[in-house]
Design a protein around this ligand. Structure first.
Ligand code: PLP
Length: 380
C-alpha cells in the first residue's frame, strides 16, 4: 500500500470536527472556505438543472457552454486566446493540478515548488512519480522566489514550475515584472509552468492581479488552474478549470474519462450561472471577504497590540509563532478551541495560518478566545 500524507488542513479539521461532535464550540480559522449564501444566479441555474432532471453523465471535458464561458472569462480579463480545445472543467482546481502533473511528468522528473506552498503540492508531485524540489522563500523577501534562486535549482531533470499566485498561505501577489522574469527563466530552461490562480478575484484595495496567461509569448508552456471555489464562494460545488495548450488539455480530458468522469452537471450549471454574471458574483464575494479581512486585522491588532498590515489577496494571514507549529496548533485547539493550520503543512516551520473566511461574529469570538488563552503574551 502507498504511504500518503493526508492534507495538513484536513488533520486539524478532523480534530475540530470531533470536538464539535462532543458538544464543544470550536472557532474555525482553519479552512479557507468563503462561508456565504450562494449568489442567487448560482441557485437559479442549479435549480433549473434539478427541475429539468439533469442527471445523466456529463461530457468528460465538461459542458461545451461552460468551457466556452470559462474561456471567455479568462480572455476578457487577461487578453488570452483560450478556446474550447484549450479549456477543461475539472472537479475543483485541485483535480486540475493533479491531472496536469500526471500528464506532464515522467518517472523521477523534478518540479520546482516555491515554499510556503499550498499543502497538497508535494504529495501530488509524488503521486505523479515526480520529485518536488522545494524553493524556500523568506518573510524578509516578502515570501517571493527570485529568478536566480530558480536558476540555481534547475537540473536536466527539472520539468515543471508549480507557481501559486496569489499565494495561499501568504497572500503574496507577484508583480508583472516578477512574473515576466520567472516565465523567461522557465523558457530558458524549457520548463512547463502550472500557474495556480484560484484566488484571482480575491484581491483587495485595487491591487493588481497578474495572470501567467497574459503573456502570449509563453502560451505554449503555461497551464493556468482556476476555480469557482473561492472566486464565486462555491467550494462545495466542486468546479474548477484548467487552461493550456490543446495537447495537454486533451490528455487531461482523457485522464478524467478514465478516472472522475468530470464533475456533476448540476454543479456545472451552477458554475455557468456564476460565469454568466462573473463580475457581479465575484464582487459580491470580494466585498464580503474584504469586510472580514478588515475586521480580522483590526481585531487582531487591537487584541495583540500589533500593527500588521492587512494582506492584499487570498483569505489568510500567515502568522509567525516561532515554535513547533503542529504542537502549537494542537495546544491552541485543545485549550482555546481555535482551529488554525500549522505552518509545517505549507513547508515552513514557526508559523500558523489563519483563514478569515468565516462569519464576522465568529472571527471576533475566535480571536478573543485566542487572546484569553494567551493573556499577557503578545501572540507574535
Ligand atoms: N489551490 C490553492 C492554492 C488552494 O488554496 C486551493 C484550495 O484551498 C485549491 C487550489 C483547490 O481548490 P478547489 O479544488 O476547491 O478549486
Amino acid at each position: 500500500m502507498r504511504q500518503l500524507t493526508p492534507s495538513a488542513t484536513g488533520v486539524i479539521q478532523a480534530a475540530a470536527h470531533q470536538m464539535r461532535k462532543n458538544g464543544i464550540e470550536v472557532f474555525n480559522f482553519g479552512t479557507g472556505d468563503p462561508i456565504l449564501p450562494n449568489h442567487p444566479v448560482i441557485l437559479e441555474f442549479a435549480e433549473r438543472a434539478i427541475v429539468e432532471k439533469m442527471s445523466p453523465y456529463a461530457p468528460f471535458a465538461g459542458m461545451t457552454e461552460l468551457r466556452q464561458a470559462a474561456a471567455d472569462w479568462m480572455n476578457r480579463r487577461y487578453g488570452s486566446q483560450f478556446g474550447i480545445k484549450e479549456t477543461v472543467v475539472s472537479c475543483g482546481g485541485k483535480f486540475g493540478i493533479y491531472a496536469a502533473l500526471q500528464i506532464l511528468l515522467a518517472q523521477g522528473e523534478e518540479v520546482l515548488v516555491p515554499a510556503p506552498y499550498w499543502v497538497s503540492y508535494p504529495e501530488m508531485v509524488r503521486l505523479a512519480n515526480g520529485q518536488p524540489i522545494i524553493l524556500s522563500a523568506e518573510e524578509t523577501t516578502n515570501w517571493k522566489i527570485t529568478p536566480s534562486e530558480m536558476l540555481s535549482r534547475i537540473t536536466p531533470k527539472t520539468r515543471v514550475l508549480l507557481l501559486n499566485n496569489a499565494c495561499n498561505p501568504t497572500g503574496v501577489l507577484y508583480t508583472r515584472q516578477e512574473i515576466s522574469e520567472i516565465l523567461n527563466v522557465a523558457k530558458e530552461a524549457n520548463l512547463m509552468v502550472i500557474s495556480d490562480e484560484v484566488y484571482s478575484e480575491i484581491v483587495f484595495d485595487n491591487a493588481e492581479f497578474v495572470s501567467c496567461s497574459s503573456f502570449p509569448e509563453h502560451r505554449s508552456r503555461v497551464i493556468v488552474i482556476e476555480s469557482c471555489s473561492k472566486n464565486f464562494a462555491m467550494a462545495g460545488w466542486r468546479v474548477g478549470f484548467a487552461f493550456g495548450p490543446a495537447e495537454v488539455i486533451t490528455n487531461i480530458i482523457a485522464l478524467q474519462s478514465q478516472s472522475t468522469s468530470g464533475t456533476s452537471l448540476i454543479s456545472q450549471q451552477a458554475a455557468l450561472g456564476a460565469l454568466r454574471h462573473a463580475d457581479e458574483v465575484s464582487s459580491y464575494v470580494r466585498q464580503a471577504m474584504d469586510r472580514r479581512r478588515k475586521l480580522f486585522f483590526q481585531t487582531y491588532n487591537q487584541l495583540f497590540q500589533t500593527r500588521i498590515q492587512p494582506i492584499l489577496s487570498t483569505l489568510y494571514y500567515f502568522a509567525p509563532i516561532g515554535k513547533d507549529s503542529m504542537k502549537e496548533c494542537e495546544k491552541i485547539l485543545t485549550e482555546a478551541h481555535v482551529a488554525l493550520v500549522p505552518g509545517i503543512g505549507f513547508g515552513v516551520e514557526g508559523y500558523v495560518r489563519f483563514a478569515f473566511s468565516e462569519e464576522e461574529d465568529l472571527i471576533e469570538k475566535g480571536l478573543k478566545a485566542l487572546q484569553k488563552f494567551k493573556r499577557g503574551l503578545p501572540y507574535c
